[in-house]
Write a new protein. Structure first.
Length: 477
């Protein structure tokens, strides 16, 4: 952990001219005029209680000792993100998974076996974290009878910690590729018919069953059709999003807005509003295929994670599941917020710090408040969170690789603010980023080591960093 003096020295060296002053003093960025963050007057957007989420391949549930009530470090890492959240287990491996109650658990991308022991250790994990689960059933290669038996066992084991079942993974692709699971004629109508048959059979055995669908790779059209066709057999609309595939990945892509994401968010919000069914990005991260090493697990990866969480929340999404752990290719994804080794030892990945910054920003805040903010073409985004329409927190993310930013928040009328910074670490190669001048400890817990007090309403944000500024008044509420 860095001392306050060391941290201040690092900030001063990383951003020439940085000053945090009180009284009549003002911080000023060299060479750039201040940007302004102002309330827009638009209606607040509620932040769902279970907004925070993590996503796993089904193979992560199989090993005894990983997602377990006895894995105390892992539990602390999850609890550090939110008191309530959603873990989605499924992914491509769900299409190659079977349930064998008394069998031997196997974690293999093409032959995963979930046992009763696996289920009950996962149930204990959920109970200790306070989170709920979305559980995927093998819609690709399993039978409806298999699904019914598994659904009964999962429902019994997880109880109130089961949020919903999913049928399959990225189902619009089942008729494509060298190993297609359905005929090439597979379309939404064929899917909807089969989905209806499976959900009816499962509900006959498990009357309380809820379903998340259609869980598409990228097809918003199928989610829109599902919303229009809803007849009580879907309780959560879901789709996936990645910035790009690993082969096309770059730091530049994570530093710039993605018009496709805004289109997905706009359309999913509209489908949800019209159908009155909540929606969730149930699988997302930077680059599919396990992320891009040196980018997904660098400072830009943490900043992208923080921005994606805030942007998605601002569209009224009920939650987002950031994919983590060992992927469908059998290796640990570089984009993982939580990393684990073969013995189940857990540690935070770089994106975890972006999630941690979001967790701090939403603490005691229930709304995202619309703002007016002109970044003047730079890679800077800003958000305001609060309660009952009153701003309590401002977040500014500067993904410009070279230029610092100065942002005025006077118009938010937050008064004096305390700030925590998300930034790269110049002193610890094992932990490339830190938040609040602190790293997550070996036991999975985090606490800020140092915060700054800003008295003049001007936030200085060095290149490749973010600041979470909380009003002094909100600390007392």
């Amino acid at each position: 952990m860095l001392s306050r003096r060391t941290a201040l020295k690092w900030i001063l060296n990383s951003a020439a001219g940085l000053a945090v002053t009180g009284g009549n003093g003002r911080a000023r960025a060299q060479g750039d005029s201040p940007l302004a963050l102002r309330p827009s007057g638009g209606p607040p957007v509620a932040i769902a209680d279970e907004f925070m989420g993590l996503g796993y391949e089904m193979s992560s549930v199989a090993p005894i000792g990983l997602l377990s009530g006895d894995n105390h470090t892992y539990i602390e890492l999850v609890r550090g993100l939110s008191e309530h959240g959603v873990i989605r287990v499924g992914g491509i491996v769900a299409d190659y998974t079977r349930f064998d109650p008394r069998g031997q658990s196997v974690a293999d991308p093409h032959n995963t076996v979930i046992t009763e022991e696996s289920l009950y250790q996962f149930a204990k994990f959920l109970k200790q974290t306070g989170w709920r689960a979305i559980w995927s059933l093998n819609f690709a290669q399993g039978t409806v009878q298999d699904a019914v038996s598994e659904a009964q066992a999962v429902s019994q084991a997880l109880g109130a910690h089961l949020l919903a079942f999913e049928l399959g993974n990225e189902v619009e692709n089942y008729g494509r590729g060298p190993r297609a699971f359905r005929p090439s004629s597979w379309d939404y109508a064929a899917y909807r018919k089969e989905y209806g048959e499976w959900t009816a059979a499962i509900r006959k055995a498990v009357p309380s069953a809820r379903f998340a669908a259609p869980d598409t790779a990228s097809s918003v059209e199928w989610a829109e059709q599902m919303a229009r066709d809803a007849n009580g057999d879907v309780q959560l609309l879901t789709t996936h999003y990645y910035r790009a595939h690993q082969a096309q990945g770059s730091a530049e892509l994570l530093a710039t807005p993605d018009p496709r994401l805004r289109d997905v968010l706009t359309r999913m919000r509209a489908a949800s509003t019209q159908s009155r069914i909540p929606w969730r990005l149930c699988e997302t991260n930077s680059f599919s295929g396990g992320g891009l090493p040196g980018v997904s697990d660098a400072t830009i990866g943490a900043l992208w994670t923080l921005d994606t969480l805030l942007l998605t929340a601002s569209y009224g999404c009920s939650g987002i599941n950031l994919e983590t752990g060992v992927n469908q290719l059998g290796f640990l994804s570089s984009y993982s917020p939580i990393r684990n080794d073969q013995e189940g030892h857990a540690s935070p990945g770089v994106p975890y710090y972006g999630m941690l910054a979001f967790a701090e920003a939403r603490r005691r805040c229930t709304q995202v408040l619309p703002v007016d903010f002109d970044a003047e073409g730079r890679s800077i985004t800003a958000y305001t969170l609060g309660h009952a329409g009153k701003p309590h927190v401002a977040v500014v993310i500067n993904r410009d690789a070279k230029r610092e930013a100065l942002v005025g928040i006077h118009d938010l009328q937050m008064g004096h603010v305390h700030t925590l910074r998300l930034m790269g670490s110049a002193t610890n190669d094992a932990n490339p980023v830190r938040f609040g001048d602190a790293f997550v400890q070996d036991d999975g817990r985090w606490a800020a080591a140092w915060s700054e007090t800003i008295l003049d309403g001007m936030l200085k944000v060095p290149a490749m960093s973010a600041v979470v500024a909380r009003s002094k008044e909100s600390h007392r509420e």
